[in-house]
Design a protein around this ligand. Sequence first.
Ligand code: WTA
Length: 643
Amino acid sequence: MTEGVFKGLEENRIFQPSEDFRKKALIADPEIYAKAEDRLAFWEERAADLSWFKKWDSVLQWNPPHARWFDGGKINASYNCLDRHLEGPRREKPAIIFEGEPGDSLVLTYAELHREVCKFANVLKSMGVKKGEVVTIYMPMVPEAVIAMLACARIGAPHSVVFGGFSAEALRDRINDAGSKVLITSDGAFRRGKTLPIKQNVCAALKGVQGIEKVIIVNRTGIDIEIIPNRDVFYHDLMKDASPDCPAEQMEAEDILFILYTSGTTGKPKGVVHTTGGYLTGVSTTHQYIFDIKEDDIYWCTADIGWITGHSYLVYGPLTNGSTIVLFEGTPDYPEKDRFWEIVEKYKVTILYTAPTAIRTFMKWGAGYPDKRDLSSLRLLGTVGEPINPEAWMWFFKHIGKERCPIVDTWWQTETGMIMIAPLPGVTNLKPGSCTVPFPGVKVEILNKAGQPVQNGEVGFVAITEPWPAMLRTVYQDDNRFKDAYWSNWPEKYFAGDGAKVDEDGYFWIIGRVDDVINVSGHRIGTAEVESVLVEHPAVAEAACIGKTHELKGQAIAAFVTLREGVASSDELVDELKKYIAVKIGAIARPDDLYLTEELPKTRSGKIIRRILRDIAEGRAIGDTTTLADSSAVEALQKLSRS
Ligand code: WTA
C-alpha cells in the first residue's frame, strides 16, 4: 500500500488517510478490530454510552432467528436524542438547521427541539395515542417530521414513516397493515418551486380506510385543502396550548421503536421492525465512528426521512450523539444546480453523506457548479444506497472533497438498521468502489448457495453470520415472512439479498441485488410489486419487470407486458400503463421502458426467464435459450427491441 496523503491515486487506487486526519481521528487505532472480536463485550461497552433508566440483565439472547439485545434494560430513544444533552453546553447547541426549499431557514437548539417534542408528545396523548400503537407519518422534510418521530418515541408509540413520494394507494396499504389510528401529514410540500398536494393524497388514501381517527396537518405551503370535520386537525392549533412537560416513557430495550416498510420479492411491502436499545446502540456507535463525529461538526445527511438512512443517520444516530444536523427540504437542482454546494457554503457543513446517484448527476452537470462555492469546511464525505462506480468516487473525491476528505462508502440495509460494512476513516485505507471491511463487532461472509464460504475472490452471497444489535427483529405481523425471507437459505445466518466478492486485502466489493429487487437511484423496488400493479390493469394479461443498467440511476425499470385478447397495442397504452404504476406506487416506480409483446420467454414449466428480458432491455446478444419452451417468444421480443 502506498504511503502519504492519498498518494498514488491513479496508479493503484489505494487511499490512505492523511497523517493530519489520522492524528485528529476519533478512532485511529486499528486495535479496535481485534478488541471487538469479543463482540458482546464490545457492544455492551457501547450500550453503556447511552442513557438507560435501568441496566440490562443480559447482553444478547439469541434463539435464531430471534434476538433480544440488552433484555431487561429500560431506555427511551427520545430521551437519548434530547434530554441527556440538556444539562451541559449542548443545551443551546443547534440540533437542527433547517433549510427550506424556498430558501427559508430555521435553527432549533437542543432545548428548543426538546420543548417542541414534549409538546407534540402531549398532543399525541391527547389524541388518545397509547404506548405500542403505530402512528403513520407522511410528510416532507420539515422539522415537524423529526419532531413527530421523536414525539412518538417519547410516548412509546412506534412510528411508521411513509416516504412522501409514495402514492395514495401505497400509503393506504401501509396504514392498513400498521393499523394506525393517527396520521401526521402536511397540507402540501414544496418541490422545484411548485407545491405537491400531500393532503390531497392523504384524502385519497383514506377513502375506504376505517381505522384512522385523526389526521394532524402541518401547514407548510398554505395551499387550499379539503378538511374533514372531527377527523382533520391542525398541528399549530394543537401545539398552542400543549404543555411542554412530558417525561419520556420508560421503554423496554426490546420494545418497538419503529416499523419501516420496504420492498421485497413478493408484491406486498414488508414492515421491518426495529426495537429500541440495540438499535440505538448500533446507530449511535456507527455514526460516531464512521463519520468521525466531533462536537463542532455540521453534519448533513441528504436522505429523506422516509427511508432507513433518514431514520438512522439523519435522526437517531446523530441526535443521540448530540450532533448538529442539516435538514434540507428541497432538491439539488432548485433554484440552481449548485443548491447542495450553496448549502455547504452557507452552513459550513463539515460532513456530507449522500447517494451515488446524486454524485453521478452532479458529474453530468459539471464541476462548474461546486467550483463556484466555498467547500473548504468539508472534511469527510460518505455514500450509501448502491455500489459507487470508481469514476463517480474519484469525481466526488476531487471536486467536492478537493482530494482532502476521505470518503466512507457504507453498505447496509433497511433490515440491518445500521451500517455494516464501511471504513473507519482514521484507520482504514480506501479503495474507490469498495465499501471496505465489516464494522468492528460485525461478522460478514460471502457464501455460495450451499452456505460454504466462497474461495479466492469469487462472487457469492452476502451473509451476516452473527447477530448485531440494530438487526431487524421481525416483519410486522408476519414472523413467517421474516424467517422465509432472511433465514431460510442458511440456518442462523442472515441472507442479505446482495452479491459481493472479497479481494486479497479482505475488502468487500458489492455487486448488487441477487433477488428480484431493483435498486433505482438507491431506492428499492420489488419487481413483483410493479408486476402485481400491472396485472391489475384491465388491458394487461401478464407482466414481467427487470432492472436495466442506467447511467444516473444505477438501475431503471423495464417492464414487459402481454395484453389481453382483443386489446390493441398503442403508444398511448404504453404511456397509460407507465402512468398507472406511478399512480399506484409512486413516481419512483415508473418504468423507463415498457414493451408490449405477444409473449414472454418462459421455461417449459412456465417460469419467466428474466435473464433473456435483461439481455433484450440492455440491447445485448441473447444468451443461452435452451431452456425456452417456445423460441418464437424471443424472436418477437428481439423485433421489439430493434423497433
Ligand atoms: C444497496 C439503504 C453497494 C444494497 C441503506 C442493499 C449498497 C440495498 C450500498 C439496501 C453500498 C446500500 N454499496 N450497495 N454502500 N448501500 N446498498 O434497504 O443492494 O434502502 O441490499 O437501505 O441497497 O437498500 P435499503
